[in-house]
Ligand binder design. Structure first.
Ligand SMILES: [Zn+2]
Length: 269
């Protein structure tokens, strides 16, 4: 399976440094499958209308050239071949691009779908933006016991794609947050952990990567944004173990760490 690593949104501020929105474009037998979608054309055209005034506080940059639809075109791929979008969660910086792919089915957990429709707290009103999901895309949701994948129980192969792309529920950042595991074949497994962690130091072997000022600030931000702090700490522990196991080798990365993005984009680009 050919996998392209795209940065579909940038953030920048003095405190947290530079962040990306890491999106995968997987060329599969079932068409192009995106994992997350970053910001889309409508977000670039009307950031406040789509994302809301709080988006400015995050230091988000909106650039047409970074949208998935434009980047697929530059790669010589046809955006109308995008058949599925698997979302780690439905925060505004992960699903803005969904509207650019009207042929695609959106895949998420039932818990995340319910949280984004209910928007029952101030935090959820800020993070889930109805304008981005109006009209509501065709959505397939997952719940129930699922299967065991990479040591995580409750995982669900993506309907219509097969068992090489798997939704791995990992709540904590949001109520229905999930990681997405991709079996690339000869290059092993990728685990897109979404916002289950932010900075690479979180999943590195102890003492291997210094968090620095940005890493420490991001850890504080994670705790402030999370719906369940004890769950995100448990997720960190499990992701660190997975990232440092010898076999099978799994490349663990977050949606927003720019160094992990650049390493993978350089290897596989
Ligand atoms: Zn995010």
């Amino acid at each position: 399976m050919r996998v392209h690593h795209l940065n579909c949104g940038s953030f920048s501020s003095a405190l947290i440094g530079r962040l990306v929105c890491h999106v995968l474009a997987c060329e599969t037998d079932a068409g192009i499958v995106l994992v997350d979608s970053g910001f889309g054309l409508a977000d670039v055209a009307d950031p406040i209308g789509r994302v809301g005034k709080y988006a400015k506080l995050t230091g988000a940059r909106f650039r047409e050239s970074e949208t998935a639809v434009r980047q697929l075109g530059k790669l010589g791929l046809d955006p109308s071949d995008v058949t599925h979008i698997v979302a780690t969660h439905l925060d505004f910086d992960h699903i803005g691009g969904v509207a650019d792919f009207p042929n695609a089915t959106l895949h998420t957990t039932a818990a995340e779908e319910a949280a984004s429709e209910g928007r029952s707290s101030f935090r959820e009103k800020v993070r889930y933006r109805p304008a981005q999901l109006t009209p509501r895309p065709r959505t397939h949701t997952y719940s129930g016991p699922g299967e065991s994948v990479l040591g995580f129980s409750g995982a669900h192969p993506i309907d219509g794609v097969g068992d090489r792309i798997v939704l791995v529920p990992m709540p904590g950042h949001t109520r229905g947050h999930a990681a997405v595991a991709v079996d690339t074949g000869d290059r092993g497994w990728l685990l897109h952990a979404g916002d289950a962690f932010y900075h690479r130091s979180t999943v590195a072997a102890p003492g291997q990567v210094s968090p620095g000022t940005a890493g420490r600030a991001l850890r504080v931000m994670e705790e402030l944004i999370a719906v369940d702090r004890s769950k995100i700490r448990g997720n960190h522990r499990r992701l660190r173990e997975l990232n440092n196991q010898v076999a099978p080798r799994v490349r663990v990365f977050s949606a927003h760490d720019p160094t992990l993005f650049e390493e993978l984009a350089a290897e596989r680009g």
